[in-house]
Design a protein around this ligand. Structure first.
Ligand SMILES: O=C(O)CCC(=O)C(=O)O
Ligand SMILES: [Fe+2]
Length: 347
């Protein structure tokens, strides 16, 4: 029998009420409702240097990655082998999904204690206001088939095929990124096997949709948060009005793709813990575009839920965090959200 916990199981203990799962029917809205109006979110700082660019295979890659992880907690990635065609296909399928009527999308609604399917961002319960966002989360092929069949009973296969192809490619890319990150922290090949075993890795794919908004300046696409696992690989369908990251000492910095097909890699809490705080787990948010809609595709990647993470020892430096298993950290994040890291502080 397999006792290994999956990412999906770890949500089962915290059921959500329906009003925190079902998004608004955005297409029927003519003015921004009070429930979705955020008190003047501060705007981005356009003067900051752009997010560092790591080109896989370039002789500078390791050096730029090291700098980006320490100073930014985010980098753009080019030189990967995810084709523009596949990136476009996955966005096309996401658009086809989000353009379905709400009554059809709710056939694949996330269950109260589930992690997969259609619905609001899970973090909605931590905020007073609702976000201008709809999401669709995929964790394994079993729920993917079931949800896709509920959406398109006669025609679900093309969606499943594209998603599976994208997940397979992403998993391989994430193994490579994990290796680069662990190398840069001076960890060994044994650590790499533990952190990036494709058979036990924790992964989730999240399709994000930000519909056209009557008052984008006062709406919030995704509220400020850090990602929980090792890192997230984000594909954005357009360059305007989207991802912003909070850079220490500067403020919000836009992180639109610098080149066609450039992916954004956002470091998460697990790498922050592993690096004893040296690598930033970057706070980020998504704004709503001024015009039109926006789609982003986030692939969350981490090690087995059973792996125990202990910060790397650096001579002369105190250990900032207690050791924690991935599954216990996911539980802490579910309970404390943006305060989860401080719960782990070594006393
Ligand atoms: O849509 C974006 O740019 C951000 C998405 C994101 O942060 C997430 O899905 O966790
Ligand atoms: Fe995120």
């Amino acid at each position: 029998m397999n006792f290994t916990t999956s990412l999906r199981d770890s949500y089962a203990g915290a059921p959500l009420p329906l009003h925190l799962i079902t998004p608004l029917d955005f297409r029927s809205i003519e003015a921004l409702p009070a429930s979705h109006r955020w008190p003047d979110p501060p705007g981005p700082d356009q003067s900051e240097q752009p997010v560092p660019l790591v080109s896989l295979g370039s002789p500078q890659a390791a050096k730029i990655l090291n700098h980006a992880c320490r100073e930014w907690g985010v980098f753009q990635l080019t030189g990967h082998d995810i084709s523009l065609g596949l990136l476009e296909d996955v966005v096309c399928h996401a658009r086809r999904l989000f353009e379905l009527p709400l009554a059809v999308k709710t056939r694949a609604l996330r269950s109260a204690s589930g992690g997969t399917g259609y619905g609001m961002a899970r973090m909605s319960r931590f905020f007073d206001k609702f976000m201008w966002h709809e999401g669709f989360t995929i964790m394994d092929c079993c729920s993917l088939g079931q949800d896709a069949r509920a959406l398109w009973p006669q025609d679900y296969i093309p969606f499943c095929d594209t998603i599976q192809k994208y997940q397979n490619k992403m998993k391989k890319l994430c193994q490579l990124i994990t290796q680069l990150i662990l190398d840069s922290l001076g960890l060994s090949p044994t650590d790499f096997v533990e952190w990036s075993n494709p058979g036990t890795a924790s992964t989730a794919l999240q399709l994000n949709y930000y519909p056209p908004c009557p008052d984008p300046a006062h709406a919030m696409g995704l509220a400020p948060h850090t990602d929980t696992l090792s890192f997230t690989v984000l594909h954005q369908d357009r360059c305007a009005g989207g991802l912003e990251i909070l850079k220490g000492g500067t403020g919000w910095v836009p992180a639109a793709p610098l080149a066609r097909g450039a992916l954004v890699v956002i470091l998460g809490d697990l790498v922050h813990i592993l690096s004893n705080g040296a690598y930033a787990s970057v706070v980020h948010r998504a704004r709503v575009p001024e015009t039109g809609d926006r789609i982003s595709v986030a692939y969350f990647y981490g090690p087995s839920m059973d792996l125990e993470i202990t910060p790397v020892a650096v001579e002369g430096e105190e250990q900032r965090f207690r050791s924690v298993t991935v599954k216990d950290y996911v539980k802490l994040k579910e309970k404390y959200f943006n305060d989860a890291l401080s719960q782990l502080a070594a006393s």
